[in-house]
Design a protein. Structure first.
Length: 95
């Protein structure tokens, strides 16, 4: 799936220090919820485990920094990347 990023989202990601590659991982491996014609992908424990199994055990440490992020897409166009109001502060070291 090829993703398109709105210019506004690109600027927000840049200001927030969120690399494009991380957003692509979130969309590829994240938990998907369909809401009113949009898709919401979020980082959960399952997401971290899937990425670890795909990229190796050390990759989970990098993603812990981005726990609580979510991305919203409409028809393969990323329109929002943000943090949950109350992100989970749990440690994702359970392998």
């Amino acid at each position: 799936m090829e993703l398109n990023f709105d210019q506004h989202v690109e600027k927000r990601m840049q200001r927030g220090g969120i690399p494009r590659g991380i957003v692509e991982l979130i969309i590829r491996f994240g938990e998907l919820e369909h809401r009113c014609g949009t898709e919401r992908y979020s980082v959960t424990r399952k997401t971290i485990k899937r990425i670890r199994s795909h990229l190796g055990p050390e990759s989970g440490r990098v993603l812990e920094r981005y726990a609580g992020l979510y991305a919203i897409t409409i028809e393969n166009r990323v329109v929002t990347v943000a943090r949950n109001d109350r992100p989970s502060r749990r440690t994702f070291n359970d392998q």
